[in-house]
Design a protein around this ligand. Structure first.
Ligand SMILES: Nc1ncnc2c1ncn2[C@@H]1O[C@H](COP(=O)(O)OP(=O)(O)OP(=O)(O)O)[C@@H](O)[C@H]1O
Length: 342
């Protein structure tokens, strides 16, 4: 279990003191995939450096596996830090070493014998799917393969926690998905706790169990991914969610709908889990004598199930529209009237 308690991290800059992390409280469970999302400057990297003991908080406690990282020093801290590994956006590989030699590097530092090292490297190569590439140099690898080397190297000494610092931000969408699948596989196979920081909601949606949203050093929202998607509270969270559902580009479409359909209501529906598979819209049309036109739709898979948004224009007698909205509420479809078309 990892806990950040009342963490404040201040830096002294030439423009005066700067609070990079401002009273953050987080608890991350063992074997959880926990995402921290925020725009540049939100304090994510600082938080990750506090989690691996590279930085000490100005105030508060960092607890990793029952050890107070913020209060231990020297050998004890070095040993504790070995249980926390990290992968990076730009991989941080040693360019003059082969794939196998890169993966062996932390084992050499840990003092493992050559024979044991070779066996462990082979296990790790298989785990990350790099068979046949052992003797290649990083410059001969694709971005995804480089990150696989980074992951194998990070796992070499059997850490309990893997920190991922924008680990897929330099990769194309398909490679990103492959690396995210690998992280899920490792999480499930090894029970490793994974904490990742990112500015991409897609990463959170695809693999995280829970998410914390950071803005100006503070955690402004936190919860199960599906819940946060369904009911984002903070304006910044709404922006992240709409990035993913594509609803941020729909203002022009709404305007168009308003012109073409001067009556009725424009409503955003949020479906979660099994609801995404049910014929809710056809029930609406049959039962309430309303017409429904789809303006925009999107469905995404999260770790806890599917999440869909649908923007529809509902028209008909106002009493029927009212009843239709009540029905949606009853069947647990969240609704938000975006604008009145009249
Ligand atoms: N060593 C440092 N000295 C002074 N200020 C720092 C230091 N490290 C970070 N900061 C400042 O702290 C704030 C948070 O930075 P941080 O790098 O943690 O944010 P971030 O969310 O990771 O953004 P990015 O993705 O751009 O790195 C920023 O205003 C940054 O300039």
């Amino acid at each position: 279990m990892i806990a950040l308690k009342n963490i404040i991290k201040k830096y002294t800059t030439k423009n005066g003191p700067l609070t990079a992390v401002d009273n953050v409280n987080l608890t991350i469970n063992q074997s959880e995939i926990f995402g921290i999302i925020g725009y540049s400057g939100a304090g994510k990297s600082t938080l990750i450096r506090l989690l691996n003991g590279l930085e000490q908080p100005t105030e508060g406690e960092v607890i990793v596996n029952d050890l107070k990282f913020s209060h231990i020093k020297g050998k004890e801290l070095r040993e504790a830090r070995q249980k926390v590994s990290m992968i990076f956006q730009h991989f941080n590989l040693l360019w003059s070493r082969t794939v196998a030699e890169n993966i062996a590097f932390p084992l050499e530092i840990a003092g493992m014998s050559k024979v044991e090292r070779e066996q462990r490297v082979q296990e790790l190569i298989t785990l990350v799917g790099l068979e046949g590439r052992e003797q290649a140099y990083p410059s001969q690898l694709s971005g995804g393969q480089k990150q696989r080397v980074g992951i194998a190297r990070a796992l070499a000494n059997n850490p309990q926690v893997l920190l991922c610092d924008e680990a897929t931000s330099a990769l194309d969408p398909e490679t990103t998905d492959n690396i995210l699948d690998l992280l899920v596989d490792i999480n499930e196979r090894l029970g490793l706790t994974i904490i990742l920081i990112t500015h991409e909601m897609h990463v959170i949606q695809k693999i995280c169990h829970r998410v914390a949203v950071m803005e100006q050093g503070r955690v402004v929202e936190m919860g199960d991914v599906l819940e946060v998607f369904q009911k984002p509270q903070a304006p910044i969270t709404k922006r992240f969610v709409s990035q993913l559902t594509g609803t941020e580009d729909t203002n022009a479409i709404f305007q168009n709908v308003k012109e073409h359909y001067p009556t009725g209501k424009l409503v955003k529906l949020v479906f979660v889990g099994e609801r995404t598979e049910e014929p809710v819209i056809s029930q609406l049309v049959k039962q309430f004598d309303v017409s429904v036109s789809v303006v925009h739709g999107n469905i995404s898979q999260t770790k806890s199930g599917p999440y869909g948004t649908l923007v529809v224009h509902i028209d008909g007698a106002s009493e029927n529209i009212k009843k239709a909205l009540q029905f949606l509420h009853q069947v647990d479809v969240q609704t938000e009237v975006i604008s009145y078309a009249n």
